[in-house]
Design a protein around this ligand. Structure first.
Ligand SMILES: Cc1cc2nc3c(=O)[nH]c(=O)nc-3n(C[C@H](O)[C@H](O)[C@H](O)COP(=O)(O)OP(=O)(O)OC[C@H]3O[C@@H](n4cnc5c(N)ncnc54)[C@H](O)[C@@H]3O)c2cc1C
Length: 425
């Protein structure tokens, strides 16, 4: 089987590369072994965790960090990649919004985290005024969002000093179907039930609206017009369901990403995958790449767990297999390694130096990863493999947590790697 380009990894980085290549007319294959970090992420795209406009901060950041993946991509491509991501998501009905500077998204713990783009259904603090009252609601039996904890943390933020933060719980009769685990609902369980009832024309939104209206009155704050719910009302795009709820309650209804599984991130993964298939790409899931056949400084093909007698061949390859979390990198006693190509990796010899002393310290291992040249070509034995490009969190020299740059780097490097391939480098 011969392709123009094969991408290894189905997360943000792999999909960004795949979409650009397939849209340009390349015969593109994406091979993914399993879930990506998107299944656990907020679905918001962090670019650089600074106050103000990260695009204005990036030039100085790149000068200070010449090996950073952003420095290999450049500001113009970073911006173009994010615009392309918004366009692809919009094509699938998922609107990603931002403003001229970072906004703050609400976390399930009630803290506010700076980010660049968020789905328009997410509870965020933007330049718009903070309301005088806000109701944080959960569903009875849902284990992964606790409004009183979130409210206590949110109340500490000076921006919410004037805001009355109310909390409550509603009961959804449809959840009684799952009464064998009445306190164990995960977001996906509830979403599945809501989708099932909506498909059978049962009035799940009507029941939800009634329960919310009742709760607002019960809280003694009838003028409260802003409600936040955990993201658990649909596995698919939730916009129309929230819009109907808003219409029936007269309130704005936003979602907060929950503890994993995160439906907001999963919806983005599905939207980008659908878009990739729409523009002509081939997506193979449950396809773990185990190794590669190389000739000199070129990769000829890769083989998967389904047998090394089947070689997937291509002119170019993108390695977007993620970090330790997705097993794109492996940590062993003797060091770290990249398992498919045995690429050169940045690491530290002294294992005690890998991690900081405290949980919230900076951890050097976060910056470990695959080395590339300035064109993002993966290095092996000190030389670039000429048709293998690296993208996303498999790369060295970036720390998504400390920098607040996670998906920004994934999108920008995936998109840029595709650009290098299209330019014939
Ligand atoms: C739990 C978690 C939450 C995060 N939340 C956020 C967030 O809210 N916002 C943000 O901006 N950033 C977040 N990040 C940072 C994150 O690293 C990036 O956002 C980005 O999603 C990483 O994308 P990626 O494509 O590089 O890697 P991944 O998403 O990890 O994808 C790697 C892909 O490669 C596949 N793969 C691995 N090995 C093989 C193989 N041998 N063969 C075939 N396929 C393989 C995996 O199955 C997966 O599909 C989070 C990271 C983690 C770990």
């Amino acid at each position: 089987m011969k392709f123009d380009t094969i991408i290894i990894g189905g997360g943000m980085a792999g999909l960004s590369a795949a979409l650009r290549l397939a849209e340009a007319g390349q015969k593109t294959l994406l091979m993914a072994s399993g879930q990506s970090a998107l299944h656990f992420s907020s679905g918001s795209v962090d670019l650089l965790g600074c106050d103000g406009d990260p695009r204005a901060a990036l030039p100085a950041f790149m000068t200070a960090n010449p090996d950073h993946p952003y420095s290999k991509v450049g500001l113009t491509s970073i911006e173009a990649s994010l615009a392309d991501l918004q366009r692809h998501c919009a094509e699938q009905g998922l609107s990603l919004v931002g403003q001229a500077r970072n906004h703050a998204r609400l976390t399930p713990l009630g803290t506010l985290k700076r980010t660049w783009l968020s789905p328009d259904t997410c509870a965020c603090v933007t330049d718009a005024p903070i309301p005088d009252s806000l109701l944080l609601v959960t569903l009875e039996g849902f284990r992964d969002f606790h409004p009183s904890l979130a409210a206590a943390n949110l109340a500490i933020d000076p921006r919410f000093a004037h805001c009355r933060i109310l909390t409550g719980e509603i009961r959804l009769p449809q959840l009684a179907e799952c009464s064998h685990h009445p306190h164990e609902f995960r977001s996906a369980d509830i979403a599945r039930l809501c989708d099932k009832h909506a498909a059978e024309n049962h009035h799940v939104v009507v029941d939800l609206a009634q329960a919310l209206n009742h709760l607002v009155l019960q809280q003694g704050e009838p003028r409260c017009r802003h409600i936040v719910l955990p993201a658990c009302l649909s596995l698919g795009l939730v916009g129309p369901r929230l819009a109907e709820l808003e219409q029936r309650t007269g309130c704005t209804i936003k979602e907060v990403a929950t503890m994993p599984p995160s439906l907001i991130g999963m919806r983005m993964q599905e939207a980008l995958k659908r878009r990739f298939i729409t523009v002509g790409g081939t997506f193979l899931s449950s396809e773990r790449v185990l190794g590669a056949r190389c000739e000199g400084d070129r990769v000829i093909g890769v083989h998967s767990q389904n047998g090394d007698d089947q070689l997937f061949e291509a002119d170019n390859f993108v390695l977007a297999s993620g970090s330790f979390f997705s097993r794109g990198l492996e940590s062993r006693l003797g060091g770290i390694r990249e398992p498919i190509f045995n690429a050169d990796v940045l690491s530290l010899e002294e294992r005690d130096a890998w991690a900081g002393r405290r949980l919230f310290d900076q951890h050097p291992f976060m910056g470990f990863g695959v080395k590339t040249d300035n064109q993002l070509r993966v290095m092996r034995d000190g030389q670039p493999l000429l048709n293998l490009y690296g993208a996303g969190s498999v790369l060295a020299h970036y720390d998504p947590i400390t920098e607040g740059s996670g998906s920004g780097v994934a999108v920008a490097t995936g998109w840029h790697a595709a650009g290098q391939i299209l330019a014939g480098h």
